[in-house]
Design a protein around this ligand. Structure first.
Ligand SMILES: *Cc1c(COP(=O)(O)O)cnc(C)c1O
Length: 387
């Protein structure tokens, strides 16, 4: 069976809506349009009830309380609120915060701003698989440390950090622990209680939900986390985040979380099988391909491969029938090699010649087989025969 082209294998960048998410959202644009804060009439009450239901759906997925779910515009905002909000609220305790070098820009840049504003930041390095050393983290925590921010899973290479160990360490040392779980949500199980998480960011559009809609989980007891809000306004969301709620988006993210809760195990197993077939197939056909990331601790849908001796620009240009991400980031002026690949020791030249394949719901075995058979032609060196 021939797959429909182009094939989408860039699910870590964004996803389409799950059909069930779309159907759940539909009535909230025109029929149930009320303002969830205007509960004196049935229009507002219906919207409020839908938002409450979504709060419960998100809470169930991560084992939180509904009151600990704060609606945001996405993970960029959630990360900013967690990091800047904690830094300001706890500045009397200290001005030291910890993170690591392969975080998403939506964590790195808030940290850089804090550094410019006079906070002291420890930037932990990673090993060649992209993992931090938890002992090194333990050594970096000081009496004046207020926050540790370590992502659950990396978006480029899929590496999973030892979240439970980090959570336990932070608990023991009485430091708040924030994790950007945007990529992990719906792919690997997360439990804010057993994982010792105080603040967690997630985003709708990485989870078959809508774009422009996200969540910050804020622990309400043991300890009760407080944050200085970024937006001042009507005091919505317990004062953490003012602004009229995006009811259709919230309903969508709630449904996406409910679907993830019930399908995560089966779907992750399916994706891991497809991903392994893709990776093994490419490596069998093309000599010298290397895997970036940690094959023992990795998202089930992600593989990031380097193609030595291949021109990165030519490689990317040849990928017109397969939507993927490359190991370079287009900044305004130039092509920069990925800072994540650089951090795990990949040389710039090889970083350019690297491709992230991130699989999802609609990918099939036929998609994988098409890509496996197409790649040798794209690297310009069909080294081994078709199997
Ligand atoms: C996509 C992504 C973000 C940004 O999320 P938005 O909702 O698009 O703002 C942050 N962190 C990680 C790890 C991501 O993959």
């Amino acid at each position: 069976m021939k797959p429909t082209l182009p094939i989408y294998m860039d699910h870590n960048a964004t996803t389409y809506l799950d059909r069930r998410v779309f159907e759940a959202m539909r009535p909230f644009f025109m029929e149930t349009f009320g303002n969830a804060a205007s509960r004196s009439h049935s229009f507002g009450a219906a919207a409020h009830q839908a938002v409450d239901h979504a709060r419960q759906q998100v809470a169930n997925l991560i084992n939180a309380l509904p009151t600990e779910i704060i609606w945001t515009s996405g993970s960029t905002e959630s990360n900013n609120l967690a990091i800047k909000g904690a830094a300001d609220m706890y500045r009397d305790k200290g001005k030291h915060l910890i993170t690591q070098v392969t975080e998403h820009k939506a964590v790195l840049d808030p940290y850089k701003r804090l550094e410019r504003d006079g906070y002291e930041i420890t930037w932990l390095g990673v090993d060649r698989h992209g993992r931090i050393d938890v002992n090194e983290l333990a050594g970096a925590i000081r009496p004046d440390t207020i926050l540790v921010s370590i992502m659950t899973a990396n978006n480029e290479i899929g590496t999973l950090q030892s979240i439970r160990e980090i959570g336990a360490l932070c608990k023991e040392r009485k430091v708040l622990f924030h994790t950007d779980a945007t990529q992990a949500i719906g792919k690997v199980p997360i439990d804010v209680q057993t994982d010792g998480i105080d603040l967690l960011s997630l985003s709708g559009h990485k989870l078959y939900g809508p774009k422009g809609c996200g969540v910050l989980y804020v622990r309400s007891r043991a300890p009760r986390v407080r944050l200085t809000p970024i937006f001042d306004g009507g005091g919505h969301e317990s004062g953490f985040r003012s602004g009229t709620l995006n009811v259709p988006g919230i309903v969508g993210i709630g449904m996406a979380c409910e679907i993830a809760s019930s399908e995560i195990h089966e779907e992750s197993r399916r994706l891991a099988m497809l991903r392994d077939r893709l990776q093994a197939g490419i490596m069998r056909r093309i000599e010298g391909v290397t895997v970036n990331g940690d094959e023992r601790h990795r998202l089930p849908n992600t593989t990031n491969l380097s193609f030595p001796g291949v021109n990165g620009q030519e490689l990317l240009a040849s990928m017109n029938d397969i939507a993927v991400s490359s190991g370079s980031a287009c900044t305004s002026a130039s092509m920069e090699p990925s800072y994540v690949l650089r951090a795990i020791g990949v040389e710039p030249e090889l970083a350019y010649a690297s491709i992230r394949f991130s699989l999802g719901q609609r990918n099939t075995e036929a998609d994988v087989d098409y890509v496996v058979n197409a790649m040798p032609g794209k690297v310009g060196r069909p080294i081994m025969a078709r199997v």
